[in-house]
Design a protein around this ligand. Structure first.
Ligand code: GUN
Ligand code: ZN
Length: 443
């Protein structure tokens, strides 16, 4: 019935097709100054210019109009840790000390189902208030942590990819498991959650230093048995970490070779960071069709290094942007893109606003093999989107008034923006977060 159709009018910005060269982004970008988006049962029916949409509009159809706003596909956070929410912004250390000082003690709390449940809800609400509709998420080693997260995601109808951390050495004993136990728990979680609603399971070996060869071989076995599972891990983040991997796995050519040897590379494998790769490692990622998650606020916060966007394009490796909370310092992808721009600047690379938004929407969807179901406003896609307010503060209003050029205004929004600019977040054609009501209620 027509009454089931939802209609949204406003200015839309998306990318119509995945690209493999930065030079193709301009052709793929679509800016519709006044458009009408129609949705039914959580999916997109059409996006057309308002001037030609009259035949689509039935009498009495309610149209949500957002004058002065910009509507973009829901942001995709390609890498973050929900059990690190409470340690965000913890002082003083680089990766390995930071893990021992703050991260592992926080993750130990997630043996408790009440704590995991409370934090899962808090965490997903943070995603929504920042315009993030899909994310690829680490739990803790406790199966309970992932049960809580998936249950909360199911309640919110969010498309979430997550998995239980797997680790069997070099962490506090409370966080260690045997490969046998890890496999049994992982199998049970796959049965419960993979393809349950919009949820997908990701095999999640934390990183090589907390993995024995036996554990990695077990993960490789699961990957072969369930080829449509995701895999997420960390790669080449910190110089001390890389040296440690060399000493733990002396027979391997390098860090990535450890994962590659055990069959952990490939489509639907997402490697976070990738800051200090050698040429062979870049080639292995490319040849295996693996993806990368670039986490600029984390890389700067932990002093890990500078991601090379140009080399990533040169190897045609699909790239998503991750906040990497709690080493990352924000849940907000506008702020994360602003830091990505500065990482580029330090290397003589000018990240365009088109490239930035691409990596947070359709490009990330491609990196997560989800570009068939979301990432833009093409018919049939899931209707997850964000209504951005480009002028949420006096300074932003002043800056927006200075210019009429769309790219220039989007760039200023990206550089100055944060959660105040997230006006509404919609999940499957329904509002899931509205800033006005949150502000009024003081939340
Ligand atoms: N490497 C292994 N574990 C972690 C983690 O929790 N955060 C980051 N940033 N890097 C890691
Ligand atoms: Zn991480």
């Amino acid at each position: 019935a027509m009454s089931d159709i939802k209609a949204v009018r406003g200015r839309f910005f998306d990318f119509t097709q995945p690209v493999s060269h930065a030079g193709e982004l301009a052709q793929s970008a679509r800016i519709m100054d006044d458009g009408l988006l129609l949705m039914e049962q959580g999916r997109i029916l059409s996006l057309r210019p308002w001037s030609t949409a009259a035949p689509d509009i039935s009498p009495g159809m309610e149209i949500c109009h957002f004058p002065g706003k910009i509507i973009v596909p829901g942001f995709i956070d390609s890498h973050l840790h929900y059990p690190q929410t409470e340690i965000i912004g913890s002082y003083g250390n680089q990766l390995l000390e930071w893990l021992n000082t703050y991260t592992f003690p926080a993750e130990e709390q997630y043996h408790c189902p009440e704590h995991a449940g409370e934090m899962a809800s808090f965490f997903l609400d943070q995603l929504l208030r920042n315009g993030t509709t899909t994310a690829m998420i680490f739990g803790t080693v406790h199966a309970q942590s992932v049960d809580s997260l998936f249950a909360a995601a199911l309640e919110r109808n969010m498309r979430i990819i997550a998995g239980k951390v797997m680790m069997d050495r070099n962490a506090p004993p409370e966080l260690l498991e045997t490969p046998e136990h890890s496999e049994a728990e992982t199998r049970a979680l796959i049965n419960r959650w993979h393809h349950n609603g919009r949820l997908s399971y990701a095999l999640t070996p934390r990183f090589a230093p907390t993995s024995s060869p036996d554990l990695l071989a077990m993960v490789g076995g699961l990957r072969r048995e369930f080829p449509d599972l995701y895999l997420q891990t960390h790669l080449s983040e910190n110089r001390h970490e890389i040296a440690w991997v060399k000493s733990l796995f002396p027979d391997h050519a390098g860090y990535l070779d450890v994962y590659h040897h055990y069959g952990l590379t490939g489509r639907k494998s997402v490697f976070a960071h990738c800051l200090h790769l050698d040429v062979e490692e870049w080639r292995t990622l490319e040849r295996s069709h693996s993806s990368i998650a670039f986490c600029p606020t984390s890389n700067l916060f932990l002093g890990s290094g500078l991601f090379n966007l140009q080399t990533c394009w040169d190897h045609h490796i699909p790239l998503g942007i991750g906040t990497d909370v709690g080493a990352g310092t924000t849940f907000n992808l506008l702020q994360t893109l602003a830091e990505a721009y500065k990482v580029g600047q330090l290397q003589g690379y000018c990240l365009s606003v088109y490239e930035a938004f691409y990596h947070a929407t359709l490009g990330a969807a491609q990196a997560l093999a989800l570009d068939g179901v979301l990432g833009n406003f093409m018919p049939g896609k899931e209707a997850d989107f964000v209504v951005l307010d480009p002028a949420a503060t006096p300074l932003q209003r002043l800056r927006q008034q200075k210019s009429t050029d769309f790219a220039e205004r989007m760039f200023a929004l990206m550089m100055l923006g944060d959660d105040r600019n997230i006006y509404q977040t919609w999940i499957q054609g329904q509002p899931a977060y509205c800033r006005d009501s949150t502000v009024k209620s003081g939340l």
